[in-house]
Design a protein around this ligand. Structure first.
Ligand code: ADP
Ligand code: MG
Length: 326
């Protein structure tokens, strides 16, 4: 299968007045056509920053791409002008943000907002765009007679459905969903996820599903990348990563999953604090929280090692194994 998206050695910093936030540190990722990648990790891991870098939406005043390349369909995105990126966003990639309110314009009807994207993408007449927008509303489970209503007339779950309709209206090659259900009521979350799953299966698009819910990854994704302190610490198929986790952080995340019959839906926090992103250590940044850490873990920063075909892990444990084999 061909790669739709390639990220090569991407490093993104936020320059603050007195410090530098090392948000994304030398990550590389490939996403094939039609593939769904789950990007998981705690708050602050660098997931949204990675997504915004792909979209060309990093905050200009602070964010700096220190190094790296991003290719979509073989075309380099980081070289593109703001105008060219705007076109790509209406045409090839779209993003669903965590909070539907920030994505919707309160003074336009939901129908107008969907139709606008259709017109950008298809250059059709107003009437045709309106008809397509109504179809899109039905697609996401909203009756088309609500076309003329404003965002405030919709519940949170319905608003997120509208956001999904807008994101899908341009038939993107790549859809980035950044914690699309986190801001919703638990009962609504499952419905919106079901809708996303259905649309992902129906459309031949690649998806980056950003979430801290490993259940969502298991249900929707093909591949999984685990981020910690701006780095990818484990990557592989969902089966590899969830059934045979090889990085201590992934194992920790899985251990912190509540039992299926438990009441708590969110991950339990892992003991200890995440490394300060303005002052990352020159060695493994998970070392201070790692129950499996060894002496060499404070001596250097391990690289990703291929522990099995296509399954990568960034931990000295795997260095040891391969050394022992020699
Ligand atoms: N606009 C910004 N300005 C300064 N720091 C930021 C900004 N956005 C994110 N950060 C910081 O960058 C790091 C990565 O954040 P983010 O990419 O939002 O992670 P995630 O989406 O995994 O929670 C965090 O330390 C966060 O505080
Ligand atoms: Mg985020």
């Amino acid at each position: 299968m061909e790669n739709l998206l390639q990220i090569k050695n991407l490093t993104v910093h936020y320059n603050m007045e007195t410090s530098v936030v090392e948000a994304v540190n030398d990550i590389s990722l490939d996403i094939k056509r039609g593939e769904t990648l789950g990007l998981v990790g705690e708050t602050g891991a660098g997931k949204t920053t990675t997504a915004l870098a792909i979209m060309g939406l990093l905050q200009k005043a602070r964010a700096e791409i220190i190094s790296g390349e991003i290719f979509l369909n073989g075309e380099s995105l980081l070289d593109k002008s703001a105008k060219a990126m705007q076109k790509i966003r209406g045409d090839k990639v779209s993003m669903i943000f965590q909070d539907p309110m920030t994505a919707l314009n309160p003074v336009l009807t939901v129908g107008e907002q969907i139709a606008e994207v259709v017109r950008l993408h298809e250059k059709c007449s107003r009437a045709e765009a309106a008809a397509r927008a109504k179809e899109m509303l039905e697609t996401v489970g909203i009756p088309s007679y609500r076309y003329k209503e404003y965002p405030h007339q919709f519940s949170g779950g319905m608003k997120q459905r509208v956001v999904i309709a807008i994101a899908l209206a341009c038939s993107p090659d790549l859809l980035i969903a950044d914690e699309p259900t986190t801001a919703l009521d638990v009962t609504i979350q499952a419905q919106v996820l079901e809708l996303m799953k259905e649309q992902i299966q129906k459309r031949d698009m690649s998806v980056i599903m950003i979430t801290h819910d490993l259940g969502v990854v298991a249900e929707i994704c093909d591949k999984c990348a685990v981020m910690y302190a701006g780095e990818i610490v484990e990557y592989g198929t969902v089966e590899d990563v969830l059934d045979y986790p090889t990085h201590p952080y992934t194992r920790n995340l899985l251990n912190s999953l509540p039992s299926i019959d438990g009441e708590i839906k969110k991950l339990q926090p892992i003991e200890g604090a995440v490394s300060d992103p303005t002052n990352l250590p020159p060695y493994c940044s998970f070392q201070n929280r790692c129950k499996e850490c060894m002496e060499r873990c404070t001596e250097g920063n391990p690289k990703l090692v291929e522990v099995a075909p296509g399954h990568w892990s960034k931990c000295f444990q795997h260095y040891k194994e391969s050394e022992a084999e020699k």
